[in-house]
Design a protein around this ligand. Sequence first.
Ligand SMILES: O=C(O)C1=C[C@@H](OP(=O)(O)O)[C@@H](O)[C@H](O)C1
Ligand SMILES: C=C(OP(=O)(O)O)C(=O)O
Length: 430
Amino acid sequence: MSTAIVNHIQVGLKGSVQIPGDKSISHRAVMFGAIANGTTTVEGFLPGEDCLSTIACFRKLGVTIEQEGEKVTIEGKGWDGLKEPTDILDVGNSGTTTRLMLGILATRPFHSVVIGDDSIAKRPMARVTEPLRSMGSTIDGRDHGNFTPLSIRGGATKGIAFQSKVASAQVKSAILLAGLQSEGTTSVSEPALSRDHTERMLEAYGVEVKRDGLTVSVEGGQTLKAQHIVVPGDISSAAFFLVAGAIVPNSEITLTNVGMNPTRSGIIDVLQQMGANLSIQNERMAGGEPIADITISTSDLTGIEIGGDLIPRLIDEIPVIAVLASQAKGRTIIRDAEELKVKETNRIDTVVSELKKLGANIEATEDGMVIEGRSSLNGATVSSYGDHRIGMAMAIAGLIASEEVKIERSEAIAVSYPSFFNHIETLQSK
Ligand SMILES: O=C(O)C1=C[C@@H](OP(=O)(O)O)[C@@H](O)[C@H](O)C1
Ligand SMILES: C=C(OP(=O)(O)O)C(=O)O
């Protein structure tokens, strides 16, 4: 385990950073390539630990995958190309790998066992294992299949019309993937729109996907055709530098190659509503997803209320939004964000406890948090608790803290952003 030390920035952040590949899209590019027919090539892949777990699992399922940095080649042999693994499938820290892979395994006529790390072992899986069982798959595990280790024996499955209680792209994707190899139609309705990368990318792989408001459906018996996938930069990674640019005095930074999918871009809405100096340039398309470059500079911010349908559009950004809110005048209220409790950590608890150590005025609520700004932050020793987004949020707070901030378990950051500290250095040395 490592401890990172972050010091107060004296001169401001300047320059530009090319944002690394999107984690959600990188996972999907590999998984869909693995079940497609033919050779899929991926550029801009995120070589973060979570996406490497996806590659390792699909290799164990018999798929030949070559990966060198941001380039990946996947030799897909179709759905039937997946083979019964002789070893357990280890998803590491990745919820996306676990849930999407379960959707794929649910229709495969063989047995597999899925495990992950201590954090994965606490994350609820019944939200996918129950609907997949109702389609006809045999799944068991700890707490009747709610927690890893899970054992799956796929088989002949039938389509379902599933009403999800949560706006979760992982749930939606798992069921749709199973639906592609099930009898009849499979549909998923969600209470608010979650990220739609699965729908977009399945279409790119030649699958017919019907979308009607908050319902997505697919017909069974569909195969995928190999593709060349260009992965846009991850707006969830860009979020750390968007916040840094807004709160560190004398800063102006440009983030290039940022994915701007409207189901992901809630952080931009929040920054604009708080009054940030932000401009969006070079709007273009890459790999079926909108992308742009964003420039942000030091801003006078005002607190706002964040809730409702905006939450799924920024769910992973809430830890760093809490840091942002600590530097906005007045009160910021975050509500409807109970899902934070079932991420890599209970992110309501971990954000509130660690930001309090730095002197922020922040309190947890049942479904979010309330932050009063502006607070001068002090130095302290904090922990990521093994959660990459908590580690990075603390590092951004450290840039404006009066004394050094020590972040224990900082190695977790490599889960989604291995070059994070290099990028901070790049912006400091300009
Ligand atoms: O589908 C995805 O790639 C993801 C969906 C979200 O989770 P939920 O589906 O649990 O909301 C998000 O928090 C996670 O980081 C990635
Ligand atoms: C919640 C996250 O990822 P996952 O669910 O894939 O572990 C995240 O990256 O913040």
